[in-house]
Design a protein around this ligand. Structure first.
Ligand SMILES: Nc1ncnc2c1ncn2[C@@H]1O[C@H](COP(=O)(O)OP(=O)(O)O)[C@@H](O)[C@H]1O
Ligand SMILES: [Mg+2]
Length: 423
């Protein structure tokens, strides 16, 4: 498929990307450059291995990561994820291509430059923690600061702060060996955070943990990222994890990125059967937000238009409620058909200065509210759910019917998958 188009559209805030990777290749083996010659262009990974004895770990990888973005890389074992993340910190030297960080070509870094880059700008968290067994937790966390030459008191204070951030208070003087896997990885995370890097590289950090601990760590990671707002490249082979953490997800196969998109795109329109296999069994209602099923609000009136106009709007669209918004489309409340009719009978001509609008009877949600949460809300009210943006402007409504049909579709997909699966 053509990977030169849309997926690399600049990320939302329009700033220069934090990380930019262009046409990145990594070939392991003798004379790796030969793989890149015209003669071998377009050959598959297995052909190259057979003919040239070289392993193509990355081929023509392109992507950008925005500041503060969590960029998830997902793929089966051997697809090139670790090679990719290691290239970003120059633990693996690319065979060809460009990597720039904040506009600087990091492949040119030598000596002191490279050391500085690794000590301060980026930090890595590995799957197998890599803690120093004979050092206490706080000493492990302070390790990167020690390497930077920061004096003992100062580094202890900095380390203490991150130890608390990752929920390890009280464990400062313990040794890694007495900690559970989940706790050890908190230390790994704290150690990376202690140097206050701009970029956090995480290579399957939770893959070795039990599922429950793993989920807990994922949830905490989401909360932590809200506070620290680092640029994160996060590797996983678990779609649940990718969907939970990723602002965008890149899917790798045989060293190539075969799809790159926001979680909804990956789940909703998998690029091919490989991606589809990852996404099978994922309940779409879990990831699709309110924005994906909301509808244009039909019965909307301004306060000065009053109950008669509201009633007519409801009749026209065969609805039992009308939304009242101000001139900036900010939601003021809802009026029901009965209330509007009663107000008309009393000769009321405007909602302004009246208490006729109910601000509380309709649930108000943000566009990214999950459908599961919408279902819970819908069960508690007869009123349609209003979807509003940060400024309180009415973006759309989720009528019960739309909710039900999205659930029905989800059910059909699941049933089909159950029927397809051999078990
Ligand atoms: N040092 C190496 N020497 C030779 N081949 C390697 C080396 N490191 C990784 N590979 C190969 O590169 C490919 C990608 O590996 P890797 O990046 O570790 O994948 P992942 O992290 O997705 O499991 C695999 O085929 C692997 O065998
Ligand atoms: Mg790996």
């Amino acid at each position: 498929m053509d990977m030169t188009g849309e997926p690399y559209a600049p990320t939302s805030n329009g700033d220069e990307p934090r990380i930019s990777v262009k046409s990145l290749w990594k070939v392991f083996g003798k004379n790796p450059g030969q793989v890149l010659t015209a003669e071998h262009a377009g050959k598959s990974k297995s052909e190259i291995l057979e003919k040239l004895g070289c392993v193509v770990a990355l081929q023509d990888v392109n992507f950008e990561v925005a500041r503060g973005e969590t960029f998830v890389v997902m793929g089966l074992s051997g697809s090139g994820k670790s090679t990719l993340i290691r290239c970003l910190i120059r633990l693996v030297e690319p065979t060809a291509g460009e990597i720039s960080v904040d506009g600087e070509d990091i492949l040119r870094y030598r000596g002191k430059h490279l050391t500085q880059f690794r000590r301060k700008k980026v930090a890595m968290v590995f799957q197998h923690f890599g803690l120093l067994p004979h050092r206490t937790i706080i000493e492990n966390v302070a390790w990167g600061l020690e390497v930077q030459g920061i004096d003992k008191r100062h580094r202890r204070a900095l380390a203490q702060e991150v130890v608390e951030q990752v929920g390890l208070k009280g464990w400062e003087d313990a040794f890694p060996g007495v900690l559970s896997g989940g706790m050890q990885q908190r230390v790994g995370l704290a150690r990376a955070l202690a140097v206050d890097p701009e970029i956090l590289l995480m290579d399957e950090p939770f893959s070795a943990l039990d599922p429950l601990i793993r989920r807990e760590m994922q949830d905490e990671m989401v909360l932590l990222q809200e506070r620290i707002n680092k640029t994160i490249v996060f590797i996983t082979h678990d779609l649940d994890e990718a969907l939970k953490l990723g602002d965008r997800i890149a899917i790798m196969r045989d060293g190539m990125i075969i799809q790159l998109g926001i979680p909804e795109e990956i789940v909703h329109s998998p690029a091919d059967s490989y991606v589809e296999e990852f996404t099978q069994g994922i309940s779409k209602t879990r990831v699709m937000g309110a924005a994906s099923i909301m509808q244009e609000p039909d019965a909307v009136v301004f306060p000065w238009q009053g109950p008669r106009i509201a009633l007519r709007a409801m009749k026209t669209h065969d609805l039992g409620h009308a939304f009242v918004v101000d001139s900036s489309k900010r939601l003021q409340g809802v009026i029901t058909e009965d209330q509007a009719a009663a107000a008309v009978a009393r000769g009321i001509t405007s909602f302004q200065g009246t208490d006729l609008i109910n601000p509380d009877i309709c649930p108000i949600v943000s566009p990214d509210t999950s459908i599961d949460d919408l279902v819970r809300l819908a069960a508690e009210t007869r009123c349609p759910i209003a979807v509003v943006n940060d400024e309180g402007r009415l973006l759309g409504v989720v009528p019960r019917a739309a909710l039900l049909s999205s659930l029905a579709e989800d059910k059909r997909i699941q049933t089909r998958e159950e029927a397809d699966s051999p078990a």
